[in-house]
Design a binder for this molecule. Structure first.
Ligand SMILES: Cc1ncc(COP(=O)(O)O)c(C=O)c1O
Length: 389
């Protein structure tokens, strides 16, 4: 039986040709294509600077470091996200905490965030950084989050791993109008891909420079400090801080340069599929994704909520039956604090009630640009069958 995957990349001959051209060129990494891809992304989303890296996880880590996250600083993120949004703060020695989600958008809840900030101000435990996550490709309400950041003095990293190509208030996510740094992922399930890959974009030259330094071992080439050098020595690079090898290769960037040329088509295909699903699935005992009027989602994911009181099944059974019938549904996501690693930190099992409700009945169904109308119909038919059996 052929499984319909929940996501898949779309690679064409032009993508292959771009990658092959790099393979035949002088540089497989650290050549001209990474900066070309960075420029293509900043031109697209409207930020001033970009730092391409080998994953969004690396980009989040560098973003935290560029904003000065260090031991015992407090970082907050959404309870419903991929663990990397939280893990990267822990890499810096920070203390992580979670904000509950909005039951309609599944993004960080502005109400819960506000309440938590009021309490934290009283106890002297305000966050240094907030990492809002644009779940499924729908932007968080960034203007409100930005206002709160001014009031309570925290910085913002947008985790836009799902959301390149999405818009907030008619402007592309990634313009960093309401944040310090925005991060994209180019994993194959995402909107565009470089195999593995990620990027941090910002309007702040100091943050960009810091992230560039840290992505390549903390080594600088242009500004050699000669005070510690003997006169007869040749120094053409120096390590000045402890960095990492988080570099993207030119091979990966070539795929990115080619993919971003088709981003508008990828996103419009996803929106078309979402429209069809909205229409067909609204007849079934489930909730289709609610959309905020200020947002144009890139629809990285299409998450349905089962109306459990109207059906005879639990989510577990629904999930197993769909997989058995060839539809690769998925969970996005397990509340981060429920993972054993986070449970050991002492988060209670019901730490964020809305995230718990979501986890009980939310399932991602297949969503990718090449999902044909026939396959979409197949997905809807099988969901209907499983819900009514
Ligand atoms: C919300 C979110 N943040 C971060 C990441 C990490 O992305 P990457 O796999 O590029 O490191 C993902 C990946 O799925 C994600 O969904």
């Amino acid at each position: 039986m052929n499984l319909i995957p929940y996501a898949r990349q779309d690679i064409n001959q032009a993508d292959i040709d771009e990658v092959v051209a790099v393979l035949r060129s002088d540089y497989l990494t650290q050549g001209p294509v990474v900066p070309a891809f960075e420029k293509a992304v900043t031109d697209y989303c409207g930020a001033k600077f970009a730092v391409a890296v080998n994953s969004a996880t690396s980009a989040l880590h560098l973003a935290c470091l560029a904003l000065g996250v260090a031991k015992n600083d407090i970082v907050w993120t959404s309870a419903i996200t991929f663990a990397a949004s939280a893990n990267t703060a822990l890499y810096c020695g920070a203390i992580i905490d979670f904000v509950d989600i909005d039951p309609k958008s599944y993004n960080i809840s502005i109400e819960h965030l506000t309440e938590k900030l009021i309490k934290a101000e009283k106890t002297g435990s305000l966050p240094k950084i907030l990492i809002p996550v644009h779940m499924c490709g729908q932007s968080c309400d960034m203007a409100k989050i930005y206002q709160l950041s001014l009031k309570y003095g925290f910085k913002i990293i947008e985790d836009a791993s799902h959301a390149i190509g999405a818009k907030y208030k008619h402007e592309f996510v990634g313009n960093c109008k309401y944040s310090d740094i925005t991060v994209f992922s180019f994993h194959p399930v995402k909107i565009i891909t470089t195999g593995e890959g990620g990027m941090a974009v910002t309007n702040n030259p100091c943050f960009a420079e810091r992230m560039q330094l840290l992505r390549s071992h903390g080594i600088q080439k242009d500004l050699v400090d000669t005070t510690l050098c003997r006169a007869e020595e040749v120094w053409n690079y120096q390590q000045v801080v402890l960095g990492f090898n988080y570099r993207m290769t030119d091979i990966q960037a070539a795929l990115g340069v080619s993919q971003i040329k088709r981003i508008d088509k990828f996103v419009s295909d996803r929106r078309e599929i979402a429209k069809n699903y909205d229409l067909e699935l609204s007849k079934l005992p489930l909730l289709t994704p609610w959309q905020n009027e200020s947002c144009d989602s890139s629809y990285h994911l299409y998450v349905i909520r089962l109306e459990l009181e109207k059906i005879k099944k639990k989510k577990r059974q629904f999930y197993d039956e769909l997989i058995a019938k060839g539809i690769q549904v998925n969970y996005h996501y397990i509340p981060v604090y429920r993972h054993p690693y986070y449970q050991k930190m002492g988060f209670s099992i019901d730490y964020c009630p809305e995230a718990e409700n979501y986890f009980l009945d939310a399932i991602s169904i297949p969503m990718y640009p090449t999902l044909s109308e026939n396959l979409q119909k197949n997905v809807v038919r099988v969901i209907d069958e499983v819900l009514s059996s």
